[in-house]
Design a protein around this ligand. Structure first.
Ligand code: C2O
Ligand code: CU
Length: 600
């Protein structure tokens, strides 16, 4: 495969949509709209030689070319671009669960799907110890999902064309057991290439959604998720059991666009330890366990999503969404709830706070449960961070708001420094809780002293290699160690079975970068020269670099060979090449080198 110029495909996207984007960006806040502009067209992906690709399904034209007439502003109304609405009138949508199409013997045969299935599906031995099988408790579950255009109401009455998984936004929640393998066949009925990443999963390389492991339009790929945990001394290491993951698009150069158009959903797994906490009512039951995807978006006057592909700094919106709707309400009983909060924004950092000033009882950071709850008065979440929290509504006021208090005006990150960050004069209420009824007697029993699970602390003395990565800007685009991302170049080649120390340094003059490392959890040794904040002290998959910040972390590589990626999760920075390949090897390798596996 030839090495593409780092910005060539992005440039094509920019050229094809520049006129529209500039036009709509200028229109967004002021002038009356032109009638029904076409939705942004996106360049067709390169086709594999000799294949014929069916015609993609056309993107529906905007349904409401005339903007909602702006009524006289009423008190209590929110103005978002050309639209007005009254907040807290729409109930919080709870993402529905995705049902398997089969359990047990595979309904799929090798080769009956264009992109095939990961070779790891047929050979489930760990790379580290080839005699050793991955931890599995079967039986396999099979799912089928079609990625397709749809129309969604972010704001009541305003029809917005989006890209979805099966027409759902957020995509349906995959719920499974740790150790129960699943296969998901993703069909691409969109006019753009996609690649699906299960963020937080310990997954074979070919199913990890590496940016150029595309699902081409009109084609399908079978993703194999063992939902396994790394093995430690021949035993599954349940300190690493995933709990709250999410899936989203990860296509090379087009992630920012596809995620902005709504391609994301949750994947929630339990192991025996967590299930016994739920069964014994220490943790709330599923009915009181709510995934919440928080995002900002903005709309053009015709109701379509406003997206300027010339903006490489990061996309911010002015509409405040939870699970796809602007400022919903959520009726709760007087009891403890578990909220799995995801910052699903493309570039916005959030600092969340409850309006009654009570702290959050945080039980999870990113994919994993913490060893025990950590109390946080406010929670600063970068894009892709998750906060698994318990909120006790037993004595809450009848109305309670989930506020974002952080001020951010552009893709640079929050206004001000980490320690002196600027807060909004008027906090933004993302959501209103309506607390009803009498206190419930059977509320979950978790408290500050509850042990959630053990934690295997990595020892800095075990690190056999130290790697340093500098994140910085060049020519308006984004680099790591003076290089743009190249899908073929292996930037780190750890040896499987070893522990490494990585130093992530931010040399970009005050910009913040949330760095996500695929495959393995990482443990922070230091954060900006000091000890990491309490919730960051265990397992992380995304750690933000504050302006000129530096973190030191440890990772242990087990189970899977590469390549995987690590990158900035400001999706515009990621597309503009602030990304590297992490390529664990069985035998030690000298970098630089090519990645071991490419487009299957
Ligand atoms: Cu959530 Cu590599 O991404
Ligand atoms: Cu960045």
């Amino acid at each position: 495969m030839s090495v593409q110029h780092p910005t060539s495909r992005r440039s094509a996207l920019q050229k094809s949509t520049a006129v529209l984007a500039v036009g709509t960006a200028a229109l967004a806040m002021s002038a009356p709209p032109k009638p029904a502009p076409a939705p942004p067209s996106v360049p067709r992906p390169a086709r594999p030689a000799g294949s014929s690709v069916p015609k993609p399904v056309p993107v529906p034209r905007p349904i409401n070319p005339t903007p909602t007439p702006a009524p006289a502003p009423n008190p209590g109304q929110t103005v978002a671009g050309p639209f007005r609405y009254t907040p807290f009138q729409v109930p919080l949508p709870i993402p529905v669960e995705l049902s398997p199409v089969g359990i047990g013997d595979s309904p799929y045969k090798p080769g009956d799907c264009f992109h095939g299935i990961a070779p790891e599906y047929f050979d489930r031995r760990t790379a580290e110890a080839p005699h050793q099988l991955w931890y599995e408790r079967g039986p396999e579950k099979y799912y089928e999902v079609r990625m397709q255009p749809s129309v969604h109401e972010f704001i009541p009455g305003v029809k917005t064309p989006i890209f979805t998984y099966d027409g759902f936004y957020p995509g349906r929640t995959i719920r499974s057991r740790v150790g129960q393998p699943i296969v998901v066949r993703y069909w691409n009925d969109l006019p753009v290439e996609t690649s699906i990443h299960l963020h937080g999963a310990h997954t074979p390389s070919h199913s990890d959604g590496s940016p150029h492991f595309f699902v081409l339009p009109g084609r399908a790929r079978d993703y194999f998720y063992p939902l396994s945990v790394p093995m430690l001394n021949g035993q599954p290491d349940f300190a690493e059991s995933p709990s709250t993951m999410w899936y989203h698009d990860h296509g090379l150069d087009i992630t920012d666009h596809n995620v902005w158009r709504a391609m994301c959903g949750f994947c929630i797994t339990v192991d025996d330890i967590e299930q016994s906490l739920i069964d014994s009512n220490v943790l709330p039951a599923q009915q009181f366990d709510i995934p919440m995807c928080i995002q900002d978006r903005s709309l053009n006057p015709d109701g379509s999503l406003a997206f300027n592909p010339l903006d490489n700094n990061g996309h911010l919106g002015n509409i405040w969404l939870v699970n796809g709707v602007a400022q919903p309400f959520f009726k709760v009983e007087r009891r403890k709830y578990r909220l799995r909060i995801l910052n699903g924004c493309n570039a916005r950092f959030l600092e969340l706070k409850l309006s009654d000033g009570k702290p959050f009882m945080r039980i999870g950071k990113d994919t994993w449960l913490l060893p025990h709850p950590v109390e946080e008065p406010t929670m600063l979440l970068s894009p892709a961070n998750r906060a698994d929290v318990i909120i006790d509504f037993t004595d809450a006021p009848p109305e309670l708001y989930l506020h974002n208090i952080l001020s951010q005006d552009n893709g640079r990150g929050p206004n001000g420094s980490f320690t002196q960050r600027a807060h909004l004069a008027a906090p933004v209420p993302f959501m209103k809780f309506i607390v009803e009824g009498e206190p419930q007697p059977n509320s979950a029993t978790i408290n500050a002293a509850t042990t959630l699970r053990h934690h295997e602390k990595l020892n800095p003395a075990d690190a056999v290699t130290v790697r340093t990565f500098d994140f910085h800007r060049r020519n308006g685009a984004w680099q790591v160690n003076q290089q743009f991302y190249d899908p073929n170049r292996a930037d780190a080649t750890p040896t499987i079975g070893s522990t490494e120390k990585w130093i992530l340094r931010n040399n970009s003059g005050g910009w913040w970068h949330p760095i996500h490392i695929h495959l393995e959890s990482h443990q922070l040794i230091s954060f900006n020269g000091g000890p990491p904040p309490a919730a960051f002290a265990y397992k992380n998959d995304t750690t933000y670099l504050t302006g000129n910040g530096v973190v030191e972390l440890l990772m242990r590589f087990r189970t899977f060979k590469g390549p995987f990626v690590f990158h900035c999760h400001n999706n515009a920075h990621e597309d503009m090449r602030m990304m590297c390949n992490l390529d664990p090897r069985v035998t030690p390798t000298q970098a630089p080198t090519l990645v071991q596996a490419s487009f299957p």
